[in-house]
Design a protein around this ligand. Structure first.
Ligand SMILES: [Mg+2]
Length: 131
């Protein structure tokens, strides 16, 4: 299985929203453990999907999320040609949407094949408020 994880609001706390564009906040509690467990407990391929420049995220992951520790996995910025990410023990980062079985996102809304009621759900979802 391949898991795509959003960055801002899922891994990076993002309490002040985009602000000046820097990655200024602390990690969301449990983020490092969750990523690790996906890769090692479950054996899934994992990549981070964000509109940010991948190198900005890579630096923050190494220095802040993983605190400069030696890691038992690689962190790889995906090439523009990458369409699928099946690499194990290798945390991918991309700013292009590529195939995954699941996308974890703080602003996501699950589509079940039926648009009925979606406008009303969007009205109450309001994940963007205050960000
Ligand atoms: Mg987000």
């Amino acid at each position: 299985m391949t898991i795509a994880i959003d960055f801002d609001g899922v891994i990076h706390q993002y309490s002040r929203g985009y602000a000046d564009g820097s990655i200024y906040d602390v990690p969301v509690k449990g983020a490092a453990r969750f990523i690790y467990d996906c890769m090692f407990e479950k054996g899934w391929a994992v990549f981070i999907l964000s509109t940010r420049e991948p190198q900005q995220i890579k630096t923050w992951l190494e220095q802040v999320l993983f605190q400069g520790k030696a890691l038992p996995f690689k962190i790889t910025i995906l090439s523009p040609e990458t369409k699928f990410w099946n690499s194990k023990k290798n945390l991918g980062i991309t700013n292009r949407k590529i195939a995954a079985h699941v996308y974890i996102d703080d602003r996501g809304m699950r589509f079940d094949g039926n648009f009925d009621g979606m406008l009303e759900q969007l009205e109450v979802l309001k994940t963007w408020q205050g960000k």
